[in-house]
Structure formats: C-alpha cells, structure tokens
Design a protein around this ligand. Structure first.
Ligand SMILES: Nc1ncnc2c1ncn2[C@@H]1O[C@H](COP(=O)(O)OP(=O)(O)OP(=O)(O)O)[C@@H](O)[C@H]1O
Ligand SMILES: [Mg+2]
Length: 270
C-alpha cells in the first residue's frame, strides 16, 4: 500500500470527517513496550461497552499491534473510502496492519507516513463517533508529530508509563513534547504496577513503585489508574481478546473501566 496524496483535498476532507467525531484522544509514551496499545485497545473497548460510539486508529506504522490484540478483522472499501473493521457493534478499528500482508515490513520515511496518516484521517468512513482513540508508536517521532499538527482539536493525550525511573525519564520527554505542541495532558496511566501473588494475594512491585504518582504530581494531572501485570492479560492479548471483555471482574478489568470513566469525564466537562 502506498498512500495517495492530494494536499488540497485531503485537509478539507479531514476537517469534514473529524467534525463527526466528538472527542479525539491519543495514547502515547516516551518508552516502548510499556502498554500503550494495551491501554488504547482497552480504553476503546471499555468506552464502547459503556455505550459510546468508538473508533480506534492504529498509527504505529512499523509495529501495528492492534491487529493481533483485537483478533484478525478486516476493513472493507466503499468507493474511495476505507470502512474500518467492526470489532463490536459500536467499536470500529483500523490499522495499517490490516492493509499490508502479515509479516511484511512497512518501509516508509517521515513524509510518506505523514501522507498515510492524513489518508487515514480523511478517507476512513468512521461515521459519527463519540471517541476516536489513536494508538501511537513509542516516542515523539513522525507519527505523533503528524497527528498533533493535523488535528487542532485533539482533546488530549493519555500518557502511559511503568513505575521504574528509566521509564519516567523517557515519559517526561514525551510530556514535554505534548506541551510544546500545545496539547493537553489528560492524565497518566501506570501499567505493570505490580504483580498480585497468586498464593497470598500480596502485591509484588517488580518495577518499583510510585512512578505514575510522581509524574501525576509533577505535572499536576490525574493518575488515571494503576494496572497490575497479569500473565492472563498478556495471553489474552496474544489471542486477540481485550481484557475488558474477557477478564470480567478482574483487577485489570476494573482498572481499565475506571480509566475509561475518568477519561470520558475529563474530556466531556471541557
Ligand atoms: N498489564 C499487563 N499485564 C500483562 N501483560 C501486559 C500488560 N500490559 C501490557 N502487557 C503485554 O506487554 C506487551 C507490550 O504491551 P503493548 O504492546 O501494549 O506495549 P506498547 O507500549 O504498545 O509497545 P510498543 O512500544 O511496541 O508499541 C504485550 O505483549 C502486552 O500484551
Ligand atoms: Mg504499541
């Protein structure tokens, strides 16, 4: 797939399309592997289960993991538009991983990624949405820059971290980027906060503790949740089953529901 790009047309189309989307939220982190995609998928799923109309757009061009985490679902084409894959009746998703052959690399430089992102925003038939959630690759590279520059009305960014200091260093850089781009930091999600001992129920803090709280206090934003590291959650993700749907009444599910409620509240009161 090579993005087809016509600058004049595209900006108008994006404006028109995005008028139908009430809230636009990006999930970001300065660090790789901390759970951005997990948070994006489960935030979208939890919001959809609460009755909102939700779209999930994977903007990780080189590592599109949403496909695996939601199970293989295919988008279709309607005229010149892409119709995102239906995950639930009120949850749609689109990823470059649904459009290229599995296992094939997407070898694109910045300008091509910028064009592809604009096409995803302007040429996708999302319909009316309450929330459009964007999953981003780690760091503050081309994808985040393109999205932030293109969407003047992005509601804000959910920042994901793990508790350890090495993650916090990178996340601070990402927060600085968000602020430099004049976007709002909605709050911090601390993932992999602890493991619950299956025998005694005690919390084991394998990556240390308090990282999310430190960041939330430092930047005066809400700590949206602390998600435990749970081997079942990792297995379900590999099987394409979001934990909010398949780990009912677990600590992980509860935390994702709380996060979704807080995010919805944060953007709806604006
Ligand atoms: N709370 C959790 N419990 C168990 N496994 C988890 C948890 N959060 C994430 N994982 C697993 O850790 C791995 C990395 O998570 P994920 O892909 O969401 O991170 P990411 O930040 O999006 O990574 P990347 O930087 O590559 O985009 C995945 O296999 C995921 O299933
Ligand atoms: Mg990811």
């Amino acid at each position: 797939m090579q993005p087809q790009f016509n600058l004049n047309n595209e900006n108008t189309k994006i404006k028109e399309k995005m008028k139908n989307v009430k809230h636009k939220i990006a999930v970001l982190s300065g660090k790789g592997g901390v759970g951005k995609t997990t948070v994006a998928v489960n935030l979208a799923t939890a919001l959809a289960e609460s009755g909102y109309k939700v779209g999930l757009l994977d903007l990780d061009m080189h590592g599109p993991n949403i496909v695996r985490m939601l199970g293989e679902k295919n988008p279709s084409v309607d005229g010149e538009e892409i119709v995102p894959a239906e995950i639930l009746p009120n949850l749609k998703a689109l990823s470059i991983g649904m459009l290229v052959e599995s296992g094939k690399a997407v070898i694109w430089r910045g300008p091509l990624k910028h064009s592809a992102i604009k096409q995803f925003l302007g040429d996708t038939k999302w319909g009316e949405l309450d929330f459009l959630i964007f999953d981003l690759p780690p760091g503050t590279g081309d994808e985040a820059l393109s999205l932030f520059q293109t969407l003047d009305d992005l509601d804000g960014v959910v920042m994901v971290t793990t508790p350890q200091k090495v993650a916090l260093d990178d996340v601070r850089r990402a927060i600085d980027f968000v602020h430099s781009m004049n976007k709002k930091l909605i709050g911090i999600v601390e993932n992999m906060s602890f493991v619950r001992c299956p025998k005694c129920g005690e919390k084991i803090e394998i990556f240390g503790s308090g990282g999310g709280k430190i960041l939330a206090e430092e930047y005066n934003v809400e700590l949206l949740g602390q998600i435990p590291l749970d081997p079942k959650a990792a297995k379900l993700a590999d099987e394409g089953k979001p934990v909010t749907l398949y780990m009912r009444e677990s600590e992980v599910e509860e935390e994702f529901r709380k996060i979704a409620e807080k995010v919805a509240k944060a953007v709806e009161v604006e």
